[in-house]
Design a protein around this ligand. Structure first.
Ligand SMILES: [Zn+2]
Length: 384
């Protein structure tokens, strides 16, 4: 049996693309210095990448301290190809098209959709086909699609979805065959973590917490997404925070998700105020106005979040925990208040911050995943 191992040249090529994708603009000299490959090899590989249109030259940079000719700078050719990122929400489909540098060219939201097992594949085929009619001209065309799943995903298969019935549905295979490109299914919180990670080049250990209909986390350890044995890492919504507490669809009692998801917040607020039409911005507005039921519910939510963030900090020792939710976006002090409750000397070193790309984060994480796969690199910088 022959193993399809990358050759040394392919490995060096990947290193150079990854460097250029993360440091723009860069010169041949700088690449040679930083990745430790001699100048002749760098020049040869760069020439090849230029011929294949993966990168482009963008004029002259500053000359070195010794003077001499100003170097020609290089950057990723954003128009080498494009990727699609689709967020499959429990009642919506959100689609984003990006160039290979992460810059978006179009986004379209399909709200109030019935996400049904029998029609989702044909719906996605129609939506993608329509969306691609507006795609810009690129060298390689569509190079990959990521679909964010609000549920558990393992090895490109849907393992469990609490809010729609898509378990084991071969979405990736069906779309990949139809569009003839790689299709990646990934948990939405994992994509969130990839997006937050791609917005910084100084953080190497982060946790991104998604608080929407449920609560989940994406975990980046040493710059790599940590998925766990069966892809179920980061299911912090099912961390027990109340002994013998409320029952949860997972089969346990007292799970975090039963106390501090946006869904729970809405249910309680609607029940207490009798306002069945209330939405999250209404609660946040009421909180800012000091309305007692809103203040009390948000404080309770912060309290449970702080318990969970404390536990996460103890387990993973991250540099930063990013929170992504509509509540934290509309109440800017939300993350600070969680931070203030992390009082142990271990947890108080961890920074709790608002997720960098806000409500676009899942989509940009998906774009980064498809792009990194096409370029065969493990990290890329997104410009928010
Ligand atoms: Zn549970």
């Amino acid at each position: 049996m022959f193993l399809n191992r990358p050759t040394m040249r392919e490995q060096n090529e990947n290193l150079i693309i990854e460097y250029i994708a993360n440091h723009k603009p860069s010169s041949r000299m700088e690449i040679s210095d930083k990745i430790g490959l001699n100048k002749a090899s760098v020049s040869e590989i760069v020439k090849n990448l230029l011929n294949r249109h993966f990168i482009e030259e963008i004029g002259s940079g500053e000359s070195t301290v010794q003077g001499g000719r100003r170097p020609i700078m290089l950057q990723l050719n954003k128009k080498a190809g494009c990727v699609l990122s689709i967020d499959l929400g429990y009642n919506y489909i959100d689609i984003l098209g990006c160039y290979l540098n992460g810059e978006s060219w179009e986004r379209k939201l399909y709200p109030f959709r019935d996400i049904s097992r029998s029609s989702i594949v044909s719906d996605l085929k129609t939506i993608i086909t329509d969306f691609m009619k507006h795609a810009p001209e690129t060298v390689y065309g569509l190079t990959g699609i990521t679909v964010a799943i609000h549920g558990m995903v393992f090895e490109n298969a849907i393992y469990f979805t609490p809010y729609y019935d898509l378990q084991d549905l071969p979405i990736a295979e069906a779309l990949s065959e139809h569009f003839d490109v790689p299709v990646f299914l990934e948990n939405e919180a994992n994509l969130l973590a990839l997006a937050d990670h791609a917005c910084t080049d100084t953080l190497h250990n982060i946790i991104s917490v998604s608080v929407h209909s449920g609560v989940g986390a994406g975990i980046i350890l040493d710059d790599q997404l940590y998925r766990g044995e069966k892809g179920l890492s980061g299911e912090i919504g099912h961390m027990v925070v109340v002994p013998k507490g409320l029952s949860c669809p997972c089969g346990n009692h007292g799970c975090l998700e039963q106390y501090c998801s946006e869904k729970v917040l809405l249910d309680h607020y609607r029940h207490r105020t009798g306002n069945a039409e209330a939405i999250i911005p209404d609660i946040c507005h009421a909180y800012h106005n000091g309305e007692q039921s809103a203040v009390q519910l948000i404080h309770e939510m912060i309290q449970y979040m702080a318990i969970a963030m404390n536990n996460i900090a103890m387990l993973y020792n991250p540099e930063t925990i990013f929170i992504n939710s509509e509540v934290s976006r509309l109440i800017p002090s939300f993350t600070d208040k969680i931070q203030q409750q992390l009082s142990s000397f271990i947890a108080d070193k961890v920074k709790v911050r608002q997720s960098i790309l806000g409500e676009k984060a899942i989509l940009f994480g998906g774009a980064a995943l498809a792009t990194m796969n096409f370029l065969n690199i493990s990290r890329m910088r997104l410009e928010p």
